[in-house]
Design a protein around this ligand. Sequence first.
Ligand code: PRP
Length: 230
Amino acid sequence: MAGAIVSGATGEATPSGGAPSHRGGVHWVKHPLVEHHVTRMRRETTRPSEFRSLVRRLAALMAYEATQDLLTQPLQVTTPLCETDGVQIKGRIGIVPILRAGLGMVDPVLDLLPMAEVWHLGLYRDEATAQPVSYYDKLPAKRPVDVAMILDPMLATGGSAAAALMTLREWGVPQVKVLSLIAAQQGVDAVASQFPEAQIYVCQIDPELNSHKFIVPGLGDAGDRIFNTI
Ligand code: PRP
């Protein structure tokens, strides 16, 4: 998919194969399909069933973009006619949905990466302080995955994404990607400066947060819209 914008990128250049280096920064996925589906997702009248479908569609489009730099290794297979050389994804991939809303993005990403491990993190944003509160984390002490993909439809202040990134840093994950469908400029700036090595993928960056730290124009609360708990 062409058209991703990388801003604030740091770290080493993306390899063409071989060295496990990667490029941190903010990748705004610009594509007509993405813009079309984001617009429908924003709409107040979009019902939860359609909202869930839009989340899945956008998560798949974004995952395609976000997996461009995954490393591969050779794999020989036998077709009905002969042997041939192919490849398979190298290393352990961890999908890390942030409960609850991140659950809505798991299935489409897992469809593309069926060999991935799924490690849930429970975080909610305190309504009064807008600070993330951790309530579920069963990451093992050792053997971190090689690449982690944090899934959360929304990145507002960036506090929840930063908390998840800190948890994965402590686990020892060498490469972490954050996939958020809609973000506030302030939030992506905060996360990118705090975690310059992180690869942050977004479908949309909105200009501001309101006094309740909601993204404006945004789409409301993704978790409530996915699970019909408005
Ligand atoms: C929302 C959203 C993110 C977080 C973003 O979750 O899904 O996790 O807030 O805000 P931040 O960038 O300011 O941290 P919420 O707390 O509503 O929980 P939910 O997923 O259970 O609805």
